[in-house]
Design a binder for this molecule. Structure first.
Ligand code: NAD
Length: 327
């Protein structure tokens, strides 16, 4: 197959090129994001390979169909950005990488908890400037704390296992799952919100989960609790979370995803004027940690993403059954 990559970075090129010889595909890498306007660049190829912030709405899919694209290969797990019914109507296959490394994302969520709690990022800077004071670096023991998981799928379970290892009591809300390892108590969303010292979000973005963390649900959380989001930005209402931080109710916020991340993340904007006032407000809080959608970003995960994506392309090309195909 002839594959054209949108939103590709040096690390994408490196990981795909390193295993290219195992497959019979031709790969072209573009830095531009996929939009209705850039879809025409796919002309002459069989499939597009896209990432989390590429647009795959009906109009873009129509443009892709017009230039002969037969498949969309998502090099990610989430597929909230794709209009699947439109793809089906247009005869475009859509495949994803459902489980390239749940541990990579789970471990990043834990890294965010430890950073926010024990303030190692602040200690690192202080010590380098000759400031060996411990003032304002107090953390809390994780041992014995209640950790709430929203979405007990592959990443949620991997995360829960680590927190169980710390000696936390793990409770979880998942409207679909009714089986969980014995150390996790499945419960209601209200119990997760009201009893947890730390809440970590691992559900997909859907109509039901959009702005699940809003003013009402933030009010139900324990004063001083920690909220971690490595799922999708829009599960949290940014405006409401800023309000909760301002009034001192939410104790800590760690986000690897952000509702308006599309114009910011995966870019070096260090010499630019950032005109997104909400991210600037978030970054001004001492108890907020933002990372730019890097939870997936390990060597193992990049290898798995490349191998699965190229296998998805091969299967679609040969008409073979593939459980990663959504359409
Ligand atoms: P998964 O499908 O294995 O698990 C998702 C779980 O959420 C399922 O058990 C499902 O039943 C549950 N769920 C569905 N609706 C829910 C609701 N309304 N409330 C609570 N739970 C609900 O998916 P996964 O592999 O664990 O990934 C979870 C999400 O993490 C993905 O959808 C993706 O958006 C995100 N993700 C982020 C990164 C990153 O780099 N930050 C990387 C990979 C995945």
């Amino acid at each position: 197959m002839k594959l054209i990559f949108f939103s590709s970075k040096s690390y994408d090129k490196d990981s795909f090129e390193s295993i290219k010889s195992e497959f019979d595909h031709e790969l072209t890498f573009l830095e531009s994001a996929l939009t209705k306007k850039t879809a025409v660049l796919a002309k002459g190829h069989d499939a597009v390979c896209t990432f989390v912030n590429d647009h795959l709405d009906r109009e873009t899919l129509e443009e892709l169909a017009n230039v002969g694209i037969k498949a969309v290969l998502l090099r990610c797990a989430g597929f909230n950005q794709v209009d699947l019914p439109a793809a089906k109507e247009l005869g475009i296959h859509v495949a994803r990488v459902p489980a390239y490394s749940p541990q990579a994302v789970a471990e990043h969520a834990v890294a965010m908890i430890l950073t926010l709690n024990r303030k190692t990022h602040k200690a690192y800077n202080r010590v380098r400037e000759g400031n060996f004071s411990l003032e304002r670096l107090t953390g809390f023991n994780l041992y014995g704390k209640v950790v709430g998981v929203i979405g007990l799928g592959k990443i949620g379970v991997a995360f829960a296992a680590i927190m169980n290892g710390f000696g936390c009591r793990v409770i979880a809300y998942d409207p679909v799952t009714n089986a969980a390892p014995e150390y996790i108590k499945l419960t209601s969303i209200d119990e997760v919100l009201t009893s947890s010292d730390i809440i970590s979000i691992h559900c997909p973005l859907t109509d039901e989960t959009r702005h699940l963390i809003n003013k009402d649900n933030l009010q139900k959380m324990k004063p001083g609790a920690m909220l971690i989001n490595t799922s999708r930005g829009a599960v949290i209402c940014t405006k409401d979370v800023i309000h909760s931080l301002k009034i001192g109710h939410l104790g800590y916020l760690g986000i690897d995803v952000y509702e308006q991340e599309e114009k910011l993340f995966f870019r070096d904007l260090s010499e630019s004027v950032i005109d997104d006032d909400m991210i600037l407000r978030l970054m001004s809080f001492p108890n907020v940690l933002v990372t730019a959608h890097q939870a997936f970003f390990t060597t193992e995960a990049l290898h798995e993403i490349a191998a699965t994506t190229l296998q998805n392309a091969a299967d679609i090309g040969e008409g073979a059954a593939n459980a990663n195909c959504l359409v």
